[in-house]
Design a protein around this ligand. Structure first.
Ligand SMILES: C[S@@+](CC[C@H](N)C(=O)[O-])C[C@H]1O[C@@H](n2cnc3c(N)ncnc32)[C@H](O)[C@@H]1O
Length: 207
């Protein structure tokens, strides 16, 4: 299958009926939207990483979208702090990519720095927003030139969205803004913002 065919399959061939098995963000859940899923899949297709690392997988929706787009010999590692969510992610990924998926039930604040970032790497951050600066600390120096780091919720949106996180909305927004300021000011990275969903901040290591 050519890259163009893969791109078409993933961007336009995703069976929308499958969306029904996942929680719909519009119904109050916190998975990325289908559109953001499209963008993540497209980024994976374009970047062709050897390794995808996701922080915060919930029930595996975004992980599934990225795994669908990865190359046959690539692998995905998800860090998820909640046991039931980690198990649900495993159940979602295993039929798709089998042993190429590893779901680790762990706090990414401590576990992320222990993940070996080998080969071309794609990191997707979607854990607790107040912790984004910690996630950045764990990977920014270790990514190689060309690697990609994507953070969801860059627009740190409406009040109420993160009330269930410790520290609530204010702590979430502060973490997100600190992350954004740091990565945008980091000359080693080129960053761009897409406004789909709650905003994806896409950064590529260039130096
Ligand atoms: C917004 S949801 C992730 C949604 C998922 N990426 C998707 O789009 O399908 C955030 C997830 O991050 C997890 N999480 C929060 N803090 C974490 C941490 N320190 N380490 C790992 N996972 C964390 C939560 O348990 C939750 O499942």
């Amino acid at each position: 299958m050519t890259l163009a065919e893969q791109y078409r399959r993933v961007l336009f061939g995703w069976d929308r009926a499958e969306e029904a098995v996942y929680p719909d963000p519009a119904r109050g859940d916190i998975a990325v939207s289908a559109k953001v899923g499209d963008i993540l899949a497209a980024l994976v297709l374009i970047h062709q990483p050897d390794l995808i690392v996701e922080v915060g997988s919930l029930k595996g929706y975004s992980a599934t979208r990225m795994a669908t787009a990865m190359q046959p010999d690539s692998s995905i590692i998800c860090l998820e702090i909640d046991a039931r969510s980690a198990s649900a992610t495993r159940d979602a990924l295993t039929p798709l990519v089998g042993q190429r998926a590893t779901v680790i039930e762990a706090d990414a604040c401590t576990a992320l720095s222990g993940i070996e970032l080998t080969g071309r790497t794609f990191v997707f951050l979607d854990g607790a927003k107040r912790e984004y600066p910690d996630y950045l600390d764990a990977v920014a120096d270790r990514l190689a030139i060309g690697d990609v780091l994507v953070a969801d919720d860059a627009l740190a949106p409406v009040r109420g969205t993160y009330d269930d996180e410790p520290g609530g909305h204010d702590a979430a927004r502060a973490g997100m803004y600190q992350y954004a300021r740091r990565i945008v000011a980091d000359a080693r990275y080129h960053s761009t913002l897409t406004t789909s969903g709650f905003g994806l901040l896409i950064s590529r290591r260039i130096a």
